[in-house]
Design a protein around this ligand. Structure first.
Ligand SMILES: Nc1ncnc2c1ncn2[C@@H]1O[C@H](COP(=O)(O)OP(=O)(O)O)[C@@H](O)[C@H]1O
Ligand SMILES: [Mg+2]
Length: 338
Protein backbone atom coordinates (compact mmCIF):
# COMPACT_ATOMS: atom_id res chain seq x y z
CA UNK A 1 0.00 0.00 0.00
CA UNK A 2 1.41 3.35 -1.06
CA UNK A 3 -0.93 5.68 0.79
CA UNK A 4 -3.64 5.04 3.33
CA UNK A 5 -5.83 7.66 4.95
CA UNK A 6 -7.77 6.46 7.98
CA UNK A 7 -10.49 8.58 9.56
CA UNK A 8 -8.79 11.84 8.72
CA UNK A 9 -10.51 14.80 10.37
CA UNK A 10 -9.45 18.37 9.85
CA UNK A 11 -10.59 21.46 11.70
CA UNK A 12 -9.70 24.98 10.65
CA UNK A 13 -10.38 28.29 12.30
CA UNK A 14 -13.10 30.34 10.61
CA UNK A 15 -14.39 33.54 12.19
CA UNK A 16 -12.65 32.75 15.50
CA UNK A 17 -14.21 29.30 15.71
CA UNK A 18 -12.97 25.86 14.72
CA UNK A 19 -15.06 24.21 12.03
CA UNK A 20 -14.87 20.72 10.62
CA UNK A 21 -13.45 20.79 7.10
CA UNK A 22 -12.76 17.06 6.68
CA UNK A 23 -14.87 14.44 8.43
CA UNK A 24 -13.54 10.87 8.76
CA UNK A 25 -11.95 10.75 5.32
CA UNK A 26 -10.59 7.27 4.53
CA UNK A 27 -9.20 5.91 1.28
CA UNK A 28 -6.16 4.19 -0.19
CA UNK A 29 -3.87 4.57 -3.16
CA UNK A 30 -1.89 1.61 -4.48
CA UNK A 31 1.41 1.82 -6.26
CA UNK A 32 0.97 2.65 -9.95
CA UNK A 33 -2.65 3.56 -9.47
CA UNK A 34 -4.37 6.84 -10.34
CA UNK A 35 -7.11 7.76 -7.91
CA UNK A 36 -9.42 10.65 -8.69
CA UNK A 37 -10.97 12.89 -6.06
CA UNK A 38 -14.06 14.64 -7.41
CA UNK A 39 -16.66 16.96 -6.04
CA UNK A 40 -17.82 20.53 -6.48
CA UNK A 41 -15.81 23.48 -5.31
CA UNK A 42 -15.59 23.68 -1.50
CA UNK A 43 -16.01 19.94 -0.85
CA UNK A 44 -12.58 19.56 0.76
CA UNK A 45 -10.53 18.16 -2.12
CA UNK A 46 -7.63 20.59 -1.80
CA UNK A 47 -7.65 20.31 1.99
CA UNK A 48 -7.34 16.54 1.64
CA UNK A 49 -4.29 17.04 -0.59
CA UNK A 50 -2.77 19.64 1.71
CA UNK A 51 -3.31 17.33 4.71
CA UNK A 52 -1.32 14.60 2.94
CA UNK A 53 1.40 17.15 2.09
CA UNK A 54 1.12 18.62 5.59
CA UNK A 55 0.91 22.09 4.07
CA UNK A 56 -1.98 23.20 6.26
CA UNK A 57 -2.63 26.61 7.87
CA UNK A 58 -0.79 27.00 11.15
CA UNK A 59 -3.63 26.45 13.59
CA UNK A 60 -5.09 23.47 11.77
CA UNK A 61 -6.18 20.48 13.87
CA UNK A 62 -5.48 17.26 12.01
CA UNK A 63 -6.59 13.89 13.37
CA UNK A 64 -6.49 10.31 12.09
CA UNK A 65 -3.64 8.61 10.27
CA UNK A 66 -2.06 9.27 6.87
CA UNK A 67 0.31 6.44 6.11
CA UNK A 68 2.77 6.93 3.26
CA UNK A 69 4.59 3.65 2.65
CA UNK A 70 3.72 2.63 6.23
CA UNK A 71 4.97 5.80 7.90
CA UNK A 72 2.43 8.12 9.48
CA UNK A 73 2.88 11.57 7.91
CA UNK A 74 0.84 13.21 10.68
CA UNK A 75 3.63 12.34 13.12
CA UNK A 76 6.50 13.68 11.00
CA UNK A 77 8.82 16.42 12.23
CA UNK A 78 9.35 19.49 10.06
CA UNK A 79 12.66 18.13 8.88
CA UNK A 80 11.26 14.72 7.98
CA UNK A 81 8.43 16.47 6.11
CA UNK A 82 10.83 18.53 4.03
CA UNK A 83 12.68 15.41 3.07
CA UNK A 84 9.56 13.53 2.08
CA UNK A 85 8.16 16.43 0.04
CA UNK A 86 9.78 16.45 -3.34
CA UNK A 87 11.30 13.09 -2.61
CA UNK A 88 8.50 10.63 -2.06
CA UNK A 89 5.73 13.19 -2.44
CA UNK A 90 5.22 15.83 -5.12
CA UNK A 91 2.33 18.12 -5.83
CA UNK A 92 1.19 20.10 -8.86
CA UNK A 93 -1.20 23.01 -8.42
CA UNK A 94 -3.81 24.57 -10.67
CA UNK A 95 -1.89 27.74 -11.46
CA UNK A 96 1.72 27.06 -12.42
CA UNK A 97 2.59 30.78 -12.39
CA UNK A 98 2.15 31.02 -8.64
CA UNK A 99 4.41 28.02 -8.00
CA UNK A 100 7.16 29.03 -10.43
CA UNK A 101 9.66 31.69 -9.48
CA UNK A 102 9.39 34.51 -12.07
CA UNK A 103 12.98 35.62 -11.44
CA UNK A 104 14.65 32.31 -12.22
CA UNK A 105 15.07 30.50 -15.51
CA UNK A 106 13.26 27.27 -16.14
CA UNK A 107 16.56 25.38 -16.07
CA UNK A 108 17.60 26.81 -12.74
CA UNK A 109 14.29 25.89 -11.10
CA UNK A 110 14.42 22.28 -12.21
CA UNK A 111 18.10 22.04 -11.30
CA UNK A 112 17.38 23.37 -7.82
CA UNK A 113 15.01 20.49 -7.17
CA UNK A 114 17.64 18.02 -8.39
CA UNK A 115 20.23 19.65 -6.15
CA UNK A 116 17.99 19.34 -3.10
CA UNK A 117 16.89 15.79 -3.64
CA UNK A 118 19.53 13.89 -5.65
CA UNK A 119 23.28 13.25 -5.53
CA UNK A 120 23.87 14.18 -9.16
CA UNK A 121 26.93 16.28 -10.03
CA UNK A 122 26.54 19.66 -11.68
CA UNK A 123 27.06 18.38 -15.20
CA UNK A 124 24.78 15.40 -14.58
CA UNK A 125 22.10 17.78 -13.33
CA UNK A 126 22.39 19.95 -16.45
CA UNK A 127 21.94 16.88 -18.58
CA UNK A 128 19.02 15.61 -16.50
CA UNK A 129 17.22 18.98 -16.80
CA UNK A 130 17.23 18.71 -20.59
CA UNK A 131 16.12 15.09 -20.39
CA UNK A 132 13.24 15.98 -18.08
CA UNK A 133 12.07 18.76 -20.39
CA UNK A 134 12.03 16.25 -23.25
CA UNK A 135 10.21 13.67 -21.13
CA UNK A 136 7.36 16.11 -20.50
CA UNK A 137 7.09 16.74 -24.23
CA UNK A 138 8.59 20.21 -24.45
CA UNK A 139 10.22 21.18 -27.75
CA UNK A 140 13.68 22.84 -28.06
CA UNK A 141 14.68 21.76 -24.58
CA UNK A 142 18.24 23.18 -24.80
CA UNK A 143 16.94 26.70 -25.38
CA UNK A 144 14.06 26.47 -22.92
CA UNK A 145 16.52 25.96 -20.09
CA UNK A 146 17.50 29.64 -20.39
CA UNK A 147 13.97 31.05 -20.59
CA UNK A 148 11.76 32.56 -17.86
CA UNK A 149 8.26 31.39 -16.89
CA UNK A 150 6.50 34.47 -18.30
CA UNK A 151 7.93 33.72 -21.75
CA UNK A 152 5.96 30.45 -21.88
CA UNK A 153 2.33 29.53 -22.50
CA UNK A 154 0.10 28.15 -19.72
CA UNK A 155 0.37 24.63 -21.08
CA UNK A 156 4.17 24.84 -21.27
CA UNK A 157 4.36 26.14 -17.71
CA UNK A 158 2.26 23.26 -16.49
CA UNK A 159 4.66 20.88 -18.28
CA UNK A 160 7.54 22.59 -16.46
CA UNK A 161 5.72 22.01 -13.16
CA UNK A 162 5.30 18.37 -14.07
CA UNK A 163 9.02 18.16 -14.91
CA UNK A 164 9.86 19.64 -11.49
CA UNK A 165 7.49 17.22 -9.79
CA UNK A 166 9.01 14.29 -11.68
CA UNK A 167 12.60 15.40 -11.03
CA UNK A 168 12.96 13.23 -7.93
CA UNK A 169 10.92 10.25 -9.02
CA UNK A 170 8.16 10.66 -6.42
CA UNK A 171 6.24 7.58 -5.25
CA UNK A 172 3.11 9.70 -5.05
CA UNK A 173 2.18 12.66 -7.23
CA UNK A 174 -0.75 14.81 -6.16
CA UNK A 175 -2.31 16.93 -8.90
CA UNK A 176 -4.80 19.58 -7.76
CA UNK A 177 -6.91 20.69 -10.73
CA UNK A 178 -3.83 20.63 -12.98
CA UNK A 179 -5.75 21.39 -16.16
CA UNK A 180 -8.53 23.67 -14.91
CA UNK A 181 -6.77 26.87 -15.98
CA UNK A 182 -5.95 25.52 -19.44
CA UNK A 183 -8.02 25.54 -22.61
CA UNK A 184 -9.58 22.29 -23.76
CA UNK A 185 -6.96 21.27 -26.34
CA UNK A 186 -4.03 21.91 -24.01
CA UNK A 187 -5.92 20.17 -21.22
CA UNK A 188 -6.20 17.04 -23.37
CA UNK A 189 -2.46 17.16 -24.13
CA UNK A 190 -1.55 17.45 -20.46
CA UNK A 191 -3.81 14.53 -19.56
CA UNK A 192 -2.20 12.48 -22.31
CA UNK A 193 1.19 13.36 -20.85
CA UNK A 194 0.03 12.26 -17.37
CA UNK A 195 -1.10 8.95 -18.82
CA UNK A 196 2.25 8.30 -20.49
CA UNK A 197 4.23 9.30 -17.38
CA UNK A 198 2.09 6.95 -15.36
CA UNK A 199 3.05 4.09 -17.67
CA UNK A 200 6.75 5.00 -17.53
CA UNK A 201 6.94 5.35 -13.76
CA UNK A 202 5.49 3.19 -11.05
CA UNK A 203 4.15 6.15 -9.11
CA UNK A 204 0.72 6.53 -7.64
CA UNK A 205 -1.26 9.61 -8.64
CA UNK A 206 -4.04 11.49 -6.89
CA UNK A 207 -5.94 13.49 -9.47
CA UNK A 208 -8.11 16.18 -7.92
CA UNK A 209 -10.73 17.66 -10.20
CA UNK A 210 -14.27 18.99 -10.30
CA UNK A 211 -14.48 17.59 -13.84
CA UNK A 212 -15.69 14.02 -14.30
CA UNK A 213 -14.41 14.17 -17.88
CA UNK A 214 -10.86 14.35 -16.50
CA UNK A 215 -11.61 11.40 -14.22
CA UNK A 216 -12.76 9.30 -17.16
CA UNK A 217 -9.53 10.11 -19.04
CA UNK A 218 -6.94 9.19 -16.43
CA UNK A 219 -8.29 7.54 -13.29
CA UNK A 220 -8.43 3.90 -12.25
CA UNK A 221 -10.50 4.53 -9.17
CA UNK A 222 -12.59 7.45 -7.93
CA UNK A 223 -13.36 9.02 -4.56
CA UNK A 224 -16.42 11.29 -4.55
CA UNK A 225 -16.39 13.95 -1.85
CA UNK A 226 -19.22 16.09 -0.58
CA UNK A 227 -19.02 18.65 2.22
CA UNK A 228 -15.81 17.22 3.70
CA UNK A 229 -16.88 13.57 3.53
CA UNK A 230 -16.27 10.68 1.16
CA UNK A 231 -19.75 9.79 -0.11
CA UNK A 232 -18.85 7.16 -2.70
CA UNK A 233 -15.87 5.29 -4.04
CA UNK A 234 -15.56 2.84 -6.91
CA UNK A 235 -13.52 1.76 -9.90
CA UNK A 236 -13.87 4.31 -12.68
CA UNK A 237 -15.96 2.11 -14.99
CA UNK A 238 -18.23 1.00 -12.17
CA UNK A 239 -18.73 4.58 -11.01
CA UNK A 240 -19.94 5.74 -14.40
CA UNK A 241 -22.04 2.65 -15.12
CA UNK A 242 -23.47 2.08 -11.70
CA UNK A 243 -23.35 5.23 -9.56
CA UNK A 244 -25.08 4.73 -6.22
CA UNK A 245 -25.06 8.05 -4.43
CA UNK A 246 -27.56 10.65 -5.68
CA UNK A 247 -24.73 13.21 -5.59
CA UNK A 248 -22.56 11.09 -7.92
CA UNK A 249 -25.57 10.59 -10.19
CA UNK A 250 -26.07 14.35 -10.28
CA UNK A 251 -22.43 14.96 -11.14
CA UNK A 252 -22.57 12.42 -13.97
CA UNK A 253 -25.81 13.87 -15.31
CA UNK A 254 -24.33 17.33 -15.45
CA UNK A 255 -21.44 16.33 -17.74
CA UNK A 256 -22.11 18.12 -21.03
CA UNK A 257 -22.67 15.47 -23.68
CA UNK A 258 -20.82 15.68 -26.93
CA UNK A 259 -23.01 16.68 -29.86
CA UNK A 260 -25.99 17.53 -27.72
CA UNK A 261 -27.28 20.87 -28.89
CA UNK A 262 -29.34 21.84 -25.94
CA UNK A 263 -28.13 21.10 -22.49
CA UNK A 264 -31.35 20.02 -20.87
CA UNK A 265 -29.68 18.57 -17.84
CA UNK A 266 -28.19 21.34 -15.83
CA UNK A 267 -26.21 21.11 -12.65
CA UNK A 268 -27.42 19.90 -9.27
CA UNK A 269 -29.71 22.55 -7.75
CA UNK A 270 -28.36 24.45 -4.75
CA UNK A 271 -24.82 24.77 -3.46
CA UNK A 272 -22.40 22.99 -1.14
CA UNK A 273 -23.16 24.05 2.46
CA UNK A 274 -20.46 26.04 4.29
CA UNK A 275 -18.52 24.03 6.91
CA UNK A 276 -20.09 26.02 9.76
CA UNK A 277 -23.61 25.47 8.45
CA UNK A 278 -23.68 21.73 7.92
CA UNK A 279 -27.00 19.93 8.43
CA UNK A 280 -27.05 17.21 11.09
CA UNK A 281 -28.06 14.21 8.96
CA UNK A 282 -26.86 13.53 5.44
CA UNK A 283 -24.97 16.60 4.24
CA UNK A 284 -26.52 16.29 0.79
CA UNK A 285 -30.14 15.91 1.95
CA UNK A 286 -31.17 19.50 1.18
CA UNK A 287 -30.22 19.11 -2.46
CA UNK A 288 -31.31 15.50 -2.92
CA UNK A 289 -34.54 14.70 -4.73
CA UNK A 290 -34.72 11.32 -3.00
CA UNK A 291 -34.31 12.65 0.54
CA UNK A 292 -36.47 10.95 3.19
CA UNK A 293 -37.12 11.83 6.84
CA UNK A 294 -34.27 9.65 8.06
CA UNK A 295 -31.80 11.47 5.82
CA UNK A 296 -32.34 14.76 7.61
CA UNK A 297 -32.04 13.16 11.06
CA UNK A 298 -29.18 10.70 10.82
CA UNK A 299 -25.93 10.47 8.93
CA UNK A 300 -26.06 7.49 6.55
CA UNK A 301 -23.51 4.70 7.13
CA UNK A 302 -21.01 3.64 4.46
CA UNK A 303 -22.57 0.71 2.63
CA UNK A 304 -20.19 -1.75 0.94
CA UNK A 305 -21.75 -2.78 -2.34
CA UNK A 306 -18.73 -4.78 -3.49
CA UNK A 307 -15.11 -4.97 -2.34
CA UNK A 308 -14.31 -1.99 -4.49
CA UNK A 309 -17.53 -0.02 -4.38
CA UNK A 310 -19.04 1.74 -1.39
CA UNK A 311 -21.43 4.61 -0.91
CA UNK A 312 -22.99 6.43 1.99
CA UNK A 313 -26.72 6.81 1.44
CA UNK A 314 -29.86 5.71 3.30
CA UNK A 315 -31.42 4.48 0.04
CA UNK A 316 -28.78 1.77 -0.11
CA UNK A 317 -29.63 0.53 3.36
CA UNK A 318 -32.97 -0.60 1.93
CA UNK A 319 -31.37 -2.17 -1.12
CA UNK A 320 -28.57 -3.71 0.87
CA UNK A 321 -30.05 -7.21 1.32
CA UNK A 322 -30.55 -7.60 -2.38
CA UNK A 323 -27.14 -6.08 -3.13
CA UNK A 324 -25.35 -8.63 -1.04
CA UNK A 325 -26.90 -11.55 -2.87
CA UNK A 326 -25.68 -10.28 -6.24
CA UNK A 327 -22.41 -8.83 -5.07
CA UNK A 328 -20.46 -11.98 -5.96
CA UNK A 329 -21.21 -11.80 -9.65
CA UNK A 330 -21.02 -8.03 -9.67
CA UNK A 331 -17.58 -7.86 -8.21
CA UNK A 332 -15.30 -5.84 -10.42
CA UNK A 333 -11.78 -7.00 -10.96
CA UNK A 334 -9.22 -5.05 -9.06
CA UNK A 335 -6.75 -3.53 -11.44
CA UNK A 336 -3.45 -3.97 -9.72
CA UNK A 337 -0.38 -2.75 -11.55
CA UNK A 338 2.86 -4.50 -10.83
N1 LIG B 1 -7.42 28.60 5.25
C1 LIG B 1 -8.68 28.24 5.46
N2 LIG B 1 -9.29 28.51 6.64
C2 LIG B 1 -10.57 28.14 6.87
N3 LIG B 1 -11.33 27.47 5.98
C3 LIG B 1 -10.79 27.18 4.78
C4 LIG B 1 -9.44 27.52 4.45
N4 LIG B 1 -9.18 27.10 3.20
C5 LIG B 1 -10.31 26.49 2.76
N5 LIG B 1 -11.27 26.53 3.70
C6 LIG B 1 -12.63 25.94 3.61
O1 LIG B 1 -12.50 24.54 3.56
C7 LIG B 1 -13.50 23.96 2.75
C8 LIG B 1 -12.86 23.01 1.77
O2 LIG B 1 -12.07 23.76 0.88
P1 LIG B 1 -11.19 23.11 -0.27
O3 LIG B 1 -10.51 21.91 0.23
O4 LIG B 1 -10.34 24.20 -0.83
O5 LIG B 1 -12.31 22.69 -1.34
P2 LIG B 1 -12.14 22.17 -2.85
O6 LIG B 1 -10.67 22.01 -3.12
O7 LIG B 1 -12.90 20.89 -2.90
O8 LIG B 1 -12.77 23.21 -3.71
C9 LIG B 1 -14.25 25.13 2.11
O9 LIG B 1 -15.45 25.32 2.80
C10 LIG B 1 -13.32 26.29 2.30
O10 LIG B 1 -14.05 27.48 2.43
MG1 LIG C 1 -9.49 22.99 -4.57
Amino acid sequence: MLLELQNVCLELKRNHKYVKILDEVSFQVNQGETVGIVGESGCGKSMTALSIMRLLPEKAKLKGTIKLEDEDVTKFSKKALEKVRGNKLSMIFQDPLTSLNPLHTVGKQIEETLMLHTDLTKSQRKQRVVELLREVGLPRAEELVHEYPHQLSGGMRQRIMIAIAMACNPSLLICDEPTTALDVTVQAQILELMNSLKKMNEMGIIMITHDLGVVAEVCDRVIVMYAGKVVEQAGVKELFQNPKHPYTKGLIESIPKLGERKQILGSIPGTVPAPDKLPSGCKFADRCSYAMDTCRRKMPPMVHITNEHSASCWLLEEEEGEQFVTSGSKRIETTLHH
